[in-house]
Design a protein around this ligand. Structure first.
Ligand code: UD1
Length: 374
């Protein structure tokens, strides 16, 4: 029997570490075979190629090359370019991951063409509809046929929204599959720091790792300036390593705030590859971030994380992991920072099923689902 095709979609950086183990597990299946479409939402070498290479993701079968635009234009363009591929390839289902614009755009095209949608990392909710990702999550889950969750609370969120529990499968966290699989190959922080031009001994006293890219933090010049001033103050106590997302770089430049980051204890770097970032996270004394994925990765690594957001869609990182939510208030950031330096931060534990086998469980479930259909 020929294998049945599952069309897998990726678009932006946080998708790549989620699709990698799923692709690998699908390649090992006797009944299913993956076909990979990259929408091109992220396209810079530092935002794409480094990840495909390091994570061993095969080159996409199709690259839609959409690039950057407003949300409406980007989403529409992905839909326009994706539909003919779906029509031509006729997969038995499409599989989308996470919550970026590519996720909802392709899910919507498939749902309208009656192609089943599989959503990996379903049911996460920040309950903050001002976040573009929250809109993407809620809508994608509503039109998905199979929903794979990373934590038990996600099942409750989905039930509240009327999603049939029979469609929901708690399988664990594919991003942690990737983390555990690649940890032995992480690039030592010292190597990355030296490569980024740090003075020898920059990190001798340890460092805090910072990432920042959410519109809520970087789009408004006053909010961005307040945050950068607070972070610059923290650097007096602990050197700061800051790989700058292209979006954030643009906003800092537009707001004329570059000088705030010119400080001997702040190291700015371009976006890092996956293995470099893994090393930087694993060896940091603490991480300051507004990323979703990094909250989970630091929990898995047992590294204290201070989240520069008002809420999180990943509450398990707070209740069980090493995460503390502080928002953008200078006083709260300082308090959490001082607490980690004084106490070493929350010990935390690794959540249920974050064990490196989530992708295997997903593929087993998909195989059983196809067998039911046959
Ligand atoms: C997207 C996701 C966000 C995710 C983030 C991780 C949505 C709504 N947002 O946000 O959930 O956390 O990716 O990185 O899908 N740019 C480049 N090169 C690139 C990509 C982007 O320079 O390869 C710049 C462009 O100026 C672009 C801006 O970054 O306009 C924003 O890119 P976009 O894909 O719209 O959203 P992100 O902020 O990256």
């Amino acid at each position: 029997m020929p294998k049945e095709k599952i069309l897998c979609v990726v678009g932006a950086r946080p998708n790549f570490m989620k699709i990698a183990p799923v692709m690998k597990a699908l390649h090992g299946s006797n009944v299913l075979s993956p076909y990979l479409v990259h929408t091109g939402q992220h396209y810079d070498a530092a935002m794409k190629h480094a990840f495909f290479e390091q994570l061993g993701i095969p080159e996409p079968d199709e690259d839609l090359g959409v690039g950057s635009a407003s949300h409406a234009l980007q989403t529409a363009e992905i839909m326009r370019r994706f539909e003919p591929i779906l029509e031509r390839e006729r997969p038995v289902a499409i599989l989308v991951v996470g919550d970026v614009n590519s996720t909802i755009a392709c899910a919507l095209v498939a749902a309208k063409r009656d192609v089943p949608v599989i959503h990996v990392e379903a049911g996460l909710r920040s309950y903050d509809r001002r976040m573009p990702e929250e809109v993407n999550r809620v809508l994608t889950d509503q039109i998905s046929d199979l929903l794979f969750t990373t934590e038990r609370e996600a099942e409750d969120n989905l039930r509240r929204e009327g999603v049939d529990p029979g469609r929901v499968h708690f399988v664990g966290n594919v991003m942690i599959d990737t983390l555990l699989g690649h940890l032995p190959r992480k690039v030592p922080a010292e190597t990355t720091l030296a490569g980024a031009g740090a003075e020898t001994g920059f990190a001798a006293e340890g460092y805090a790792l910072l990432t920042l890219h959410r519109p809520a933090n970087v789009d408004d010049p006053a909010t961005l300036e307040g945050l950068l001033r607070t972070l610059r103050d923290l650097a007096e106590n602990l050197p700061l390593v800051f790989p700058v997302h292209p979006r954030t770089e643009g906003k800092i430049r537009e707001a004329g705030l570059q000088a705030l980051l010119e400080h001997p204890r702040i190291l700015l770097t371009p976006p890092q590859g996956y293995l470099e970032m893994l090393g930087l996270m694993a060896e940091a004394r603490l991480v300051l971030t507004d990323s979703g994925g990094i909250q989970e990765e630091t929990t898995a690594l047992g590294v204290p994380c201070i989240t520069l957001r008002e809420n999180t869609e990943r509450p398990i990182t707070v209740t069980q992991g090493t995460n503390t939510i502080v928002g953008s208030d200078a006083g709260l950031i300082r308090e959490a920072f001082d607490d980690v330096l004084a106490s070493g931060g929350k010990a935390g534990r690794v959540p249920e099923l974050w064990d490196g086998k989530a992708a295997q469980r997903i593929v087993q479930t998909l195989e059983a689902w196809r067998a039911e259909d046959a």
